[in-house]
Write a protein that binds this ligand. Structure first.
Ligand code: FAD
Length: 371
């Protein structure tokens, strides 16, 4: 049974992924915070290419037990899955990993349950051991393949194709892109940069063609394209951006036609007075970009104001173009692409000595204990 601590309102966060953790770290001193999560770790959806090709580096930075975050010490973590939200009673029914069901009350609810968009992000309840096994199996599958086809030219597809080819130049890597260039939604200069980087690395790109039969369970073999061409590989990776919002547990009136949470610029959920949403599940803009643009500070600010009886007054403004790192740290450093097409390169040393340990772990996450 999850006990509420006295005298403080309860904030219940559903999903302790990239955004749920950040929100919890900022609220835990002011509220009684409970985080419900299908995973006992912050298992990030970031840097898929590095996850498949440099697993030990990736695990150090992107697979962190929630118990290691210093600012989550006061947060009650419930390892399980939210199954039903009752917005009238302000309760959430959770089925825990041990199979028991519990009802958790809240004063404020934060929906941060993300989306599935491929094998690497799911809402399955998993133990740490199951997560580790799955990560190793995925990396091993790529390592042992001599040819890989990546379907989809968004950031995940580009990251996967380029990292695999750079890790093992002898592998045949093919990237299927339905548009003329990779990375739709990014600045044209960023798109041109990766088109050239893919070619230089030796990734074969097939542009303006589509796989005719999409079956994400097909993990190897031959694919036919609309032009009639075929492509075969020992491993197929689907990065086609087919997102499914993790919202089965929410009442329909909170969801838009695509089952994402109807979210106002204040990150409050439409038609409610005490529910917020953030991250990939929140329909803030067509790109659903609030996981990536410091929106957690807006949510935290607005939630604190609501708790003081004041209206939310900060608004999330999505950038016009997508920005950020696309392929993660490489031999020549980490390239960060701005929304205006400009880029900044940080050296590998700066990334490993300053960016990840100091800026990310110490400042953004407010302290992470060593593994
Ligand atoms: C620099 C950078 C690089 C990126 N690289 C990639 C990339 O390579 N590939 C990619 O796909 N994305 C990438 N992204 C996107 C990023 O992974 C997502 O935007 C981010 O993970 C979304 O965070 P979130 O908190 O909304 O969801 P998530 O981090 O997915 O967290 C949601 C959590 O909620 C849990 N959950 C789901 N349903 C329930 C439930 N009913 N009850 C309880 N818990 C539940 C989930 O299991 C998960 O743990 C990148 C982003 C950045 C900033």
């Amino acid at each position: 049974m999850t006990e509420a601590k006295k005298n403080k309102p309860t904030v219940l966060i559903l999903g302790m992924g990239d955004t749920g953790v950040l929100v919890a770290t900022r609220l835990s001193r002011h509220f009684n915070v409970v985080g419900v999560s299908t995973k006992p770790n912050l298992l990030s959806g970031q840097e898929l290419g590095k996850r498949l090709t440099d697993l030990s580096w990736w695990q150090t930075n992107y697979n962190t037990p929630l118990t290691q975050f210093k600012a989550l010490e006061a947060v009650t973590i419930v390892h399980g899955k939210a199954e039903c939200v009752d917005v009238t009673a302000n309760t959430v029914t959770v089925v825990r990993i041990d199979g028991e069901t519990e009802s958790i009350g809240y004063d404020y609810l934060v929906i941060a349950s993300g989306t599935s968009n491929g094998f690497w992000r799911t809402d399955r309840v998993q133990s740490s051991r199951e997560i580790s096994t799955e990560l190793s199996n995925h990396a091993e599958r790529i390592k042992s393949a001599s040819s890989v086809t990546v379907v989809g030219g968004g950031p995940s597809g580009v990251s996967v194709a380029l990292n695999i080819k750079r890790k093992d130049p002898l592998k045949q890597v093919t990237l299927c892109i339905s548009t003329t260039m990779p990375l739709p939604g990014y600045h044209p200069d960023t798109r041109a940069f990766y088109q050239s980087a893919l070619a230089k690395a030796g990734v074969e790109t097939i542009c303006e063609d589509r796989v005719t039969t999409v079956d994400e369970s097909q993990s190897s073999g031959s694919l036919t394209l609309a032009s009639g061409a075929t492509v075969s590989a020992d491993a197929i990776i689907w990065t086609i951006g087919r997102r499914k919002a993790h919202t089965d547990f929410l009442p329909d009136h909170l969801l838009d036609a695509e089952q994402f949470v109807k979210t106002r610029p204040t990150l409050e959920v439409e038609g409610t007075d005490n529910i917020f949403a953030i991250g990939d599940v929140a329909s803030t803009d067509p790109d659903r970009s609030s996981a990536r643009n410091w929106a957690y500070s807006i949510l935290v600010h607005n939630l604190k104001r609501k708790a003081k009886g004041k209206p939310a007054n900060k608004h999330y403004q999505p950038p016009a173009k997508r920005w950020g790192s696309i392929v993660g740290p490489q031999e020549d450093g980490l390239t960060i692409h701005q929304a205006n097409g400009k880029q900044t390169r940080l050296s590998k040393r700066l990334v490993n000595k300053l960016l990840l340990p100091v800026i990310v772990r110490r400042i953004i996450y407010r302290g992470v204990r060593g593994g």
